[in-house]
Design a protein around this ligand. Sequence first.
Ligand SMILES: *[C@@H]1O[C@H](CO)[C@@H](O)[C@H](O)[C@H]1NC(C)=O
Ligand SMILES: *[C@@H]1O[C@H](CO)[C@@H](O)[C@H](O)[C@H]1NC(C)=O
Ligand SMILES: *[C@@H]1O[C@H](CO)[C@@H](O)[C@H](O)[C@H]1NC(C)=O
Ligand SMILES: *[C@@H]1O[C@H](CO)[C@@H](O)[C@H](O)[C@H]1NC(C)=O
Ligand SMILES: *[C@@H]1O[C@H](CO)[C@@H](O)[C@H](O)[C@H]1NC(C)=O
Length: 527
Amino acid sequence: MEDTNITFSFLLFFFLLMGSSSFVVSFDGPLYDPTAYTECKLQPEEPLYGGGIIVDQLGTSASWVKIEGEGSGLIRASLQTENEMYNCVGTVLAKHGCWSFLKGGFVLNSPSQLSILFFQTADDSAVNIEIASSSLQPFSVQQWNAYQEYMINTKRKRAVTVHVSDMQGKRLQEAAIDVEQVSKDFPFGSAIAKTILGNLPYQNWFAKRFNAAVFENELKWYATEPEQGKTNYTVPDQMLQFVRANQVIARGHNIFWEDPKYTPPWVRNLTGSELRLAVNSRIQSLMSKYREEFVHWDVSNEMLHFDFYEQKLGPNATLHFFETAHKSDPLATLFMNDFNVLETCSDVNSTVDSYISRLRELRHGGALMDGIGLESHFTVPNLPLMRAILDKLATLGLPIWLTEVDISSTLDKETQAIYLEQVLREGFSHPSVNGIMLWTALHPNGCYQMCLTDNNLQNLPAGDVVDKLLKEWQTGEVEGQTDEHGSYSFYGFLGEYRVSIKYGNRTSSSTFSLCQGEETRHVSIQL
Ligand SMILES: *[C@@H]1O[C@H](CO)[C@@H](O)[C@H](O)[C@H]1NC(C)=O
Ligand SMILES: *[C@@H]1O[C@H](CO)[C@@H](O)[C@H](O)[C@H]1NC(C)=O
Ligand SMILES: *[C@@H]1O[C@H](CO)[C@@H](O)[C@H](O)[C@H]1NC(C)=O
Ligand SMILES: *[C@@H]1O[C@H](CO)[C@@H](O)[C@H](O)[C@H]1NC(C)=O
Ligand SMILES: *[C@@H]1O[C@H](CO)[C@@H](O)[C@H](O)[C@H]1NC(C)=O
């Protein structure tokens, strides 16, 4: 582009009009392309999907972006169709002199014959933008869901063949076999609050469903040390007792929260060496008391949006927190945790690339054992964008958790439930997501945004969705008989299993674990 006043580039796409009702899908393999890049490259790669430009209902968009002139800039892609403007369908932190990969997506509310994809700087500043290797790939809802199913079947489940023989190795045919999944590998849980203490029905309700928990507020600094020096861990200790009693894992949330609003007032008052002393003693106290108890620590909560400690202690404050935390509990995974990374691409503070560059800075400074926390407080989810962002984050090879999933209370309960199901399916089907936590701690006066039940533990629509998915994502009762080879095969969700065999008057009971793998797991049992 010649004119420096032009602040955006655009691509024109002629969309084939396709009534979704007349579009019959036969799914014969994964169409979706999870490829993503986060390095700035000298040459753009080939476009995904050969540059496909047909849009049905859901679309993923990918382009390589470079800016002319100095430095780097946040570039936002938006989509103008005949009927509507989609303000943000993806962002990329583009540089001068090399090509950066923008991956995003959108859901069309109505079909469109002609659309324009715009690229412009997020702050509308004047800069020339170069675009290469663009693609737009359409998906029908059926195709989108079929890919999720495919990923769940291949990544969250595994084929098992059980061989039954006698002690001499003779295959036993028609042996009765009964398989039970006794635990699930995938952590799926919810926030709990101190309201669970002494509330046996709530405790039973929780323990029946979830294998992971996080304390909503009870570990936060303002809760454990409301006045300087008056540290009180009574409540988190009691909650941890519930967690242990039910063999649930727990995330440590959080050591520091960068939002000054949630920093204890007495801490806000401190500066310099006094503040340094206070933060060090916070980490030491928390991490020595709970060493090896919590599977993760959110070290510096919401640091993409707030910077209380950096303002007060300098730009390396968080790096220092990570180092100190790692020394205090070397086996704990130390997480960043933030909102509006996965939920939207319109928040300039928390784009996927700003998350990645902050992570890289921390690693560069020596931070270890890190993980990617995505709060996931959604309103209307954009699933193609969500998947594109997960694809980019996945290139880092770090554990990714959805840490605080809920749907805004501005939507009615039925709509919350529909969107919740979409988000949970998208998260569970992404192979790089290692765990999902709901933000649904129950209080007598409601929940943060979304409750699963009413106060009598009767399901609300969101609770029905969770119960449905819990049932769907576990291996139900498996019963059968060995075949003429003395074997029996099934697909099971990853986890621990108990298998009981009955042959004539002989019985056997044993256990095995089904962990991730591309091959069929073979289990031999003799009796
Ligand atoms: C600690 O907290 C518990 C629970 O809120 C409270 O009952 C107890 O009095 C507190 N202890 C001290 C020493 O303040
Ligand atoms: C903060 O400092 C001011 C001035 O020293 C003092 O009056 C106030 O009580 C302090 N606030 C807290 C919460 O410690
Ligand atoms: C973005 O971060 C900056 C610096 O931390 C902060 O001043 C600003 O308020 C943040 N904006 C939003 C929208 O959170
Ligand atoms: C911050 O840490 C980095 C990496 O350890 C170091 O190079 C830099 O000098 C530090 N900056 C300050 C202001 O301490
Ligand atoms: C089990 O059955 C076999 C024959 O099928 C018989 O020889 C054996 O005595 C039985 N054992 C017991 C403990 O009943």
